[in-house]
Design a protein around this ligand. Structure first.
Ligand code: NDP
Length: 420
């Protein structure tokens, strides 16, 4: 039995913490720490009311402040810190873990909150030139910690949500069991859920809208190819959902899979969007509501996208209203024993089933469950080696077993329809 310190107490953390509490053999003690401590207290009370063998405590922390984080970690003395705050806090939490000698896990790569910060911009612009993609997030910031984590004998596991996360574990599993060499990977993220609002995002609106309104990109023949936002559209018929429009986006696992899957020639990421979502987003973008730079209004500084977040439904509140299913997975092509082979590994998840089980919709569920699993891999010593790693760098088998056991069963289709 070990102790986990979870930082953040939003939609994803709500699910991950409930799953940790249900897995008290591994997570004997759970400390929930976040900016708004009342959310941590409410979650603790709800879990205890249902019954758990885990001991749960709560704390308040500002995860932008390394000294505050260090004091918290030294007081709580966890085996692992699970970062489920926002990507903005990845580096401060990694710094604090390093200083306190504690392992680190997260679900999304570092993103700078203020993209106009001149220091950050200098590095960002150099990276855009060198690598050829313009997304505001990339792994370079966290990969820069590799040597320090190695020297400290600590493990950092990056990106154990669904995508990134399960999609990368699916890739490692396909390579281990189905292919000698994988040539193409298409990651398909389909949300067939309907929450009844004309416009809402399924996870943190700020992070979601920044991702979706950015240029798309994919990896082909050793380099990045960048597209206009939503330039490449395909239609796919998803098991459990039906036919959906999907659009090519930049996504962080492309970057790590391109490095870690030998011989891969092309990696693309597609996400489904309905027309109403796209029309609203374009309109908000056109009037400046997705801006990250503060504007002055009535003597107060307001960041447009943060104000928009206040107006939009809280993703955590979508649970009771969302019906339908998600289908997320990867289509692989490659060779096995000299023969061409195609394999599709995917999970179908039902929004209402998730709500019944943990009180939230499938997007938080499909992220929160793998966050618990990745942390359990580390706590149990199954995925533990000094350094900074993405999940495809470990043995996928125990993680795949836990997906089946903890609510995200997967299927393998050896004759899938390919995406052109
Ligand atoms: P939410 O906005 O619902 O929750 C974020 C939580 O972090 C809130 O509790 C918030 O506190 C807390 N927080 C924010 N800033 C700080 C701070 N400075 N100090 C302490 N706590 C802070 O986000 P989600 O739960 O939707 O997302 C959580 C993470 O999961 C994000 O990094 C997101 O990118 C990632 N994600 C990954 C996916 C994947 O498949 N890999 C998919 C979906 C999300 P407060 O309550 O005060 O606002």
């Amino acid at each position: 039995m070990g102790k986990v310190l979870v930082i953040g107490c939003g939609g994803v953390a709500g699910v991950a913490i409930q799953k940790c509490a249900a897995n008290a053999e591994v997570f004997g003690e759970i400390c929930i720490a976040s900016r708004t401590v009342s959310k941590c207290d409410d979650l603790k009370a709800a879990i205890e009311a249902k019954g758990t063998k885990a001991k749960i405590t709560t704390r308040k922390v500002d995860a932008d402040n390394v000294e505050e984080l260090k004091a918290l970690i030294n007081e709580v003395k966890p085996d692992v810190v699970l970062n489920l705050a926002l990507p903005y806090q990845d580096l401060t939490i990694m710094d604090a873990c390093l200083a306190c000698g504690v392992h680190y896990v997260d679900t999304a790569n570092y993103e700078c909150e203020d993209t106009n910060d001149p220091e950050w911009r200098k590095t960002y612009e150099a990276r855009c030139k060198e690598k050829g993609f313009t997304a505001y997030f990339d792994y370079s910031w966290q990969w820069a910690y590799k040597k320090r984590y190695e020297e400290a004998g600590l493990t950092a596991i990056l990106g154990t949500g669904f995508d990134p996360g399960v999609t990368s574990v699916f890739t490692a599993y396909a390579l281990k069991h189905y292919f000698d060499e994988i040539h193409t990977i298409d990651i398909l993220d389909c949300n067939g859920g309907d929450h009844g609002y004309p416009f809402a995002t399924n996870f943190n609106p700020e992070i979601n809208l920044r991702e979706v309104s950015a240029n798309g990109s994919y990896w082909e023949n050793g380099k990045w190819v960048e597209t206009e936002p939503m330039e490449i559209k395909r239609v796919y018929n998803f098991d459990g959902v039906g036919e959906k429009d999907m659009y090519l986006l930049h996504h962080e696992e492309i970057e790590s899979l391109a490095q870690n899957i030998p011989g891969v020639k092309r990696i693309r990421f597609f996400m489904t969007f309905g027309q109403s979502y796209l029309t609203h987003m374009k309109c908000l973008e056109n009037v400046g509501m997705l801006g990250t730079e503060p504007v002055e209004f009535n003597g107060q500084e307001i960041v447009p996208i943060q104000f928009l977040r206040r107006l939009l439904p809280d993703p955590a509140s979508l649970g009771p209203r969302t019906v339908g299913k998600t289908n997320i997975g990867c289509i692989f092509t490659g060779v096995k024993d000299g023969k061409e082979k195609h394999v599709y590994i995917y999970n179908v998840c039902d929004h209402q089933e998730c709500y019944k089980e943990v009180g939230s919709q499938a997007i938080s569920y499909t992220t929160g469950v793998p966050a618990m699993i990745g942390t359990a891999m580390l706590m149990q010593g199954l995925w533990k080696k000094p350094g900074v790693f993405t999940v495809e760098e470990f043995d996928p088998d125990p993680y795949m077993d836990m997906l089946n056991k903890w609510g995200l069963p997967w299927q393998v289709d050896e004759n899938p329809v390919l995406v052109d």
